[in-house]
Design a protein around this ligand. Structure first.
Ligand SMILES: [Zn+2]
Length: 194
């Protein structure tokens, strides 16, 4: 695959709800997935830059019995179908199905999903980024020492900013939209910082 060879070990971890699509409670069926404008094009741009696009998402609706793993697979099938016409693809999906009280190692802000991705794709975290809308996303980024980009596209975004202002979490960059987050990552990559 062309993308894999250009920037080996490099990936952008992308949250799902509130980052790629509207966060209007639990998405439990494919028709509830509504992408934000510009998202397919921005993912395509990352694909062209040769970085892996890896989705990392907490999906406790499974643990809550609100949907099955098969439902989640179908939702992600729709996501793939929605972005495909733009030449965009997501290279890997890592989901935590557990409840907060399960105390698993993979529910963000824990780092388990990132570690799974590193193992599967032989990633070099010094060449990776993370984009998300929630404090828990930025906490993961900080934990694994990758630049975290906050998008202001969900009801949770302001809480993450507030946590930053209170010194509780570091945020490398704040972007209004996912497309602008990708702008920043592109400039960062082109400067050869990573
Ligand atoms: Zn988990």
């Amino acid at each position: 695959m062309k993308g894999l060879s250009i920037r080996p070990g490099s990936a952008v971890f992308v949250d799902r709800d509130g980052t790629l699509n509207q966060d209007s409670g639990y998405v439990t069926s494919p028709d509830q997935l509504v992408l934000f404008p510009g998202v397919p094009q921005a993912i395509a741009r990352l694909n062209q830059l040769g970085v892996l696009v890896l989705m990392v998402t907490n999906q406790s609706a499974i643990g809550r019995g609100m949907m099955t793993m098969e439902d989640l697979t179908n939702i992600h099938g729709r996501l793939a179908a929605l972005i495909r016409p733009y030449g965009a693809r997501i290279d890997g999906i890592f989901s935590c199905p557990h409840l907060p009280q399960d105390d698993c190692g993979c529910r963000k802000p824990k780092r388990g999903l990132i570690d799974q991705a590193v193992d599967r794709f032989s990633l070099d975290l010094s060449k990776c980024y993370l984009v998300g809308d929630k404090r828990s996303d930025l906490e993961v980024a900080q934990k694994v020492a990758v630049p975290g980009v906050l998008v202001m596209t969900s009801p949770y975004s302001k809480g993450a900013l507030q946590a930053r202002d209170e010194g509780q979490v570091a945020i490398e960059h704040v972007a209004e939209t996912f497309a602008q987050a990708v702008d920043w990552i592109e400039q960062h990559l082109m400067k050869g910082v990573t």
